[in-house]
Design a protein around this ligand. Structure first.
Ligand SMILES: C[S@@+](CC[C@H](N)C(=O)[O-])C[C@H]1O[C@@H](n2cnc3c(N)ncnc32)[C@H](O)[C@@H]1O
Length: 169
């Protein structure tokens, strides 16, 4: 579920959705500057849901997915992301997004989708233009441990599933 342009009411005071006409080409911009390590927002209002291109994975199981129900659904993927979805707390009310680098006002927010997603509902050709862009993004299942290790933040179940994949080879 995504907020649509015609009925848009921002869900967070510090972010704004930039709607684009192309399919899946909208994004979420920061309306203020954030410092490295700063919490941008708690993941409030999330609901468990079947895996979809709009959901975020929160554990290793087939039912461990939730809808954000907010503008955060417009955070795009980057292979050189500026935020982390940190779901490390056993208490979901502490799950949050955090700045991995200084984010200047006006910058689009991005996270590394395979940091939460093992096997994504919708693969896509990445347009992040990072010098280390991985190309097709399908989930962590399709990445090597070395590729995951280049990232500043990967959630624990992704490391676990990746280790299991390596040991079953
Ligand atoms: C949850 S949506 C994010 C918001 C999306 N941009 C939109 O306008 O609806 C996820 C989808 O956005 C697109 N997307 C996100 N990051 C991308 C990237 N780096 N390159 C190309 N497409 C991307 C893909 O189609 C992906 O399945």
């Amino acid at each position: 579920m995504k907020p649509v342009k015609e009925a848009y009411i921002p869900s967070h005071p510090d972010f704004i959705v930039v709607f684009s006409t192309g399919n899946f080409s909208s994004s979420l911009k920061a309306l203020r500057t954030f410092n490295v390590g700063e919490k941008l927002a708690l993941l409030e209002g999330i609901t468990k849901a079947p895996k979809a291109y709009t959901t975020v994975q929160c554990g290793p199981g087939p039912h461990d997915h939730f809808e954000l129900n907010s503008d955060l659904v417009y955070v795009n993927h980057s292979c050189n992301p500026n935020i982390a979805f940190d779901l490390s707390s056993p208490d979901p009310s502490e799950w949050h997004i955090r700045a991995l680098k200084r984010i200047i006002k006006g910058t689009s927010l991005t996270f590394f989708y395979p940091s939460t997603e093992w096997d994504m509902d919708q693969a896509f050709v990445c347009e992040c233009r990072s010098s280390h862009c991985l190309g097709i993004i399908k989930g962590a299942k399709y990445l090597t441990k070395t590729e995951l290790c280049t990232q500043q933040w990967i959630n624990s179940w992704i490391w676990r599933l990746s280790a299991e994949k390596e040991s079953s080879k």
